[in-house]
Design a protein around this ligand. Sequence first.
Ligand code: ADP
Ligand code: NA
Length: 352
Amino acid sequence: TPPSVIFSGIQPTGIPHLGNYYGALRAWVDLQTTTPTSTSLIFSVVDLHAITIPQPPGALQIARTEMLKALLALGLCPDRCTIFEQGAVSAHSELMWILSTITRVGWLERMTQWKAKTGQEGGKGVVPLGAGDKKGGEERERAGLLCYPVLQAADILVHRATEVPVGEDQSQHLEFTRQCARAFNAQYGKEVFVEPQTILSPAKRVMSLRQPGKKMSKSDPDPRSRILLTDTPDVIAKRIRKSVTDSTTGITYDPELRPGLANLIEIYCHATRRSDYETTAEEFDKKGMTMSDVKQSVTEAVVEDLRPFRERWSDLEKAGETWLAEVRKKGNDKARESAERTLRDVKDVVGL
Ligand code: ADP
Ligand code: NA
């Protein structure tokens, strides 16, 4: 059996919010203690994926640095993990090209996310129009958006990842990655790539604090809808106090009828590492807690859970850019080494 390699990526969206944290990033941090040290942990800030949606270059640079800093402040240890920027490791893009010569266009056109983003099959066509993008249909869509899964496959295969922790929405892309690996191995008659396994993270969806029917998101224009990991205890308290709930008496866990309260109870449970939402609500209710008491408890739990992050974040601010630059270089170098090893094998097999 190949050595265990766990790979995952996150887009450089700046400072993560509670949804990014409980939905994805905390699991990365946990892997450091739940896996044996023989397991490689490789985490990427996927800036090449981010540019499929146009954005100002300066903003991308800032967002990348903030995400990197946040990963470190969350407790990812640069000695235990490889933490790197995708764009700094050109083997990812090279392998993407080679894999795109294997990929069939139909495989890409079948991707649910592509269909949703291009408005097919009831999708909303959420890709924002950029300058010069006034035309419709295929004249509007950028090829990068269609080819995105090939780059994702390259990210995974170039590090010979054996396991990829992702949310449910990514499982089709992982199936696509295995299809690329199989097709490449078959075409060249050699087992160059390992087929990675999907590790489905149990769905933890943190909802907007203003519209609990929507997920908490960076792209929500209302900043009161989310809590950023760098928010001060005062801001956290204010966001939770002003969060949209209801005026029904008693505390119950009812995501259908009381979505705002249910979201707060879930956040409380994530922050205190409990898993039984109903029991938690019953306990709150038995204590005779009001909605404002619940908000107070949720605030305390979140402030406490984020305390180590806040401390490390402020240490990082003090340590200055030099330390960050060193960590960044070390991570990018380690990733380059791992990726170039695979790329060399691939090129040999292809005859390049
Ligand atoms: P955003 O929606 O804020 O732009 P991304 O799409 O960049 O976030 O998601 C980054 C990671 O965080 C993904 O793994 C995604 O599943 C997770 N994530 C994002 N928002 C939430 C949320 N509200 N609840 C749980 N997980 C989330
Ligand atoms: Na998003």
